[in-house]
Design a protein around this ligand. Structure first.
Ligand code: CP3
Length: 341
C-alpha cells in the first residue's frame, strides 16, 4: 500500500521526516459532535464498537475533522476480556462494569484463548472497511490493552482508584495471576496479528494502569508479558505506552518495540537519556493544557516539541483527550505541531 501520508510510520521506524507527525489518544470519540450524533442513534457504546460500518465511520472522523496524521481504529481494550469469556457493560457516565470477575483458579477454566477471527471479527471487519475508505490517506493504528491493565479489569470488575483487588491477587495468588496474564498475552498476540493482517500499519499497547504497581511488581507481572508481545510482533512497528511507569523507563527502552509513549510527568529530555537515541518517543502534552487559550496551547506545545528535539518523535498528549475539550483547542495543538520547524 502506498500512502499519501506515511509520516507516522517513518517516524516510528526512526527514519527522516519533513515534520513531526501528530495524533491524539482517544481522538475517535466524544470530543466530536459528529461522533455523538452517530452514537445517539444507537443503544450504546457497545453497539457502535460491534457495528463495523459505523466503527469505521467514527474512526475516520478525526482524520477529516481534525487533520491528524493517523487513524486509530474505534474499539476498546475491553473487547479482549469479553472474547475470552467475561462480558463487559459500558455504563453511561460511569464506565465499564464486568458482571462476572475472576476470583479463583476454577474461574480460569471457563476462559478461552479465542481465535480473533471468531471472537473479535467486528473489529477486524471495521479495520478492513476503514482501510478501504481511507484509501491510503493516512495509516491505521491498531491497539490492545497490556496484559496487566486487562488483568486488573478482569479481577476488579471495573475501574478503581487503588486497584487493590487486582494487586491483592498478585500478592496472594501469584500462580493464578501468572496463568491469567499468560492467557491474556496469548490472546492479545493473536488479536494484534489479525489486526495487522486486516490492514493496520502500526500497533499500540496501552498499559493505562502501569503506574499503580510497585517497581518490583511491574517487573514480575507486567514487563515480561509486554516483552512477549513485542517479541511476537515483527510485522509492524510497536508502541508501548505504560502510563505512570516512570520507574521502568530504562527497561521499557530495552523492549523489542520501536516507539515508547510518555505521559506528561515523564520529562522528554530525561526520558531520552534513560531510553537512548534509538527509539522513537511519543507524547506528551498534559491534556489539560487544551483547556487554556490558543496562545497558551501554542506556547506549551512548542515548549514540548523543543524538548523532544534529541531524537525521533511522534507528537501526542500524555494521555487520552478529555471528552469536554473543544475541537478547536485540539486543532490549535495539531496546527502548532504541523507548522513547527
Ligand atoms: O483512541 C481512540 O480514539 C480509539 C478508541 C478507544 C476507545 N477506548 C474508545 C472509547 C481506545 C484506544 C480506547 C482504549 C481504552 N479503553 C483504554 C486505554 C487508553 C486510556 O485511556 O488509558 C482504557 C483504559 C479503556 C477502558 C475504558 N473505555 C474506560 C475506562 C471507559 C469509560 C471512561 C471513558 O473514558 O469514557 C471506556 C469507554 C470508551 N472507550 C469511550 C470511548 C469513545 C466512551 C464511551 C462513550 O462513547 O460514551
Amino acid at each position: 500500500m502506498s500512502y499519501q501520508n506515511d509520516l507516522i510510520i517513518r517516524a516510528a521506524k526512526g527514519e527522516q521526516v519533513e515534520r513531526t507527525p501528530v495524533w491524539l489518544m482517544r481522538q475517535a470519540g466524544r470530543i466530536l459532535k459528529e461522533y455523538r450524533e452517530v452514537r445517539a442513534r444507537l443503544s450504546g457504546f457497545k453497539e457502535l464498537v460491534e457495528t463495523p460500518e459505523l466503527a469505521a465511520e467514527v474512526t475516520i472522523q478525526p482524520v477529516d475533522l481534525l487533520n491528524v496524521d493517523a487513524a486509530i481504529i474505534f474499539s476498546d481494550i475491553l473487547v479482549v476480556p469479553e472474547a475470552m469469556g467475561l462480558t463487559y457493560e459500558m455504563v453511561e457516565k460511569k464506565g465499564p462494569h464486568f458482571p462476572k470477575t475472576i476470583e479463583t483458579e476454577s474461574d480460569l477454566t471457563n476462559l478461552i484463548i479465542p481465535d480473533a477471527y471468531e471472537g473479535l471479527a467486528y473489529t477486524l471487519d471495521a479495520i478492513k472497511i476503514t482501510k478501504k475508505e481511507l484509501a491510503g490517506r493516512v495509516p491505521i493504528i491498531g491497539f490492545a490493552g497490556a496484559p496487566w491493565t486487562i488483568f486488573s479489569y478482569m479481577i476488579e470488575g471495573g475501574g478503581s482508584k487503588t486497584f487493590s483487588k487486582a494487586k491483592k491477587m498478585l500478592y496472594t495468588n501469584p500462580m493464578l495471576s501468572h496463568k491469567l496474564l499468560e492467557m491474556i498475552s496469548d490472546t492479545t498476540i493473536k488479536y494484534l496479528k489479525a489486526q495487522i493482517e486486516c490492514g493496520v500499519e502500526i500497533v499500540q499497547v496501552f498499559d493505562s494502569w502501569a503506574g499503580i504497581l510497585s517497581e518490583e511488581q511491574y517487573k514480575e507481572f507486567a514487563l515480561p508479558y509486554i516483552a512477549k508481545i513485542c517479541d511476537s510482533i515483527e510485522e509492524v512497528p510497536v508502541t508501548v505506552f505504560a502510563k505512570g511507569a516512570y520507574f521502568v523507563r530504562r527497561e521499557i527502552g530495552q523492549l523489542n518495540c520501536r516507539t515508547i509513549g510518555l505521559d506528561w510527568n515523564m520529562d522528554p529530555i530525561h526520558s531520552r537519556e534513560l531510553i537512548g537515541s534509538n527509539k522513537t518517543l511519543q507524547g506528551n502534552l498534559d491534556p489539560c493544557v487544551l483547556y487554556s487559550d490558543f496562545r497558551t496551547i501554542e506556547k506549551k506545545t512548542k515548549e514540548m516539541l523543543d524538548k523532544f528535539k534529541g531524537g525521533p518523535h511522534i507528537a501526542n498528549l500524555g494521555h487520552g483527550v478529555y471528552p469536554d475539550i473543544k475541537p478547536d483547542a485540539v486543532r490549535c495543538f495539531i496546527d502548532t505541531v504541523k507548522t513547527y520547524s
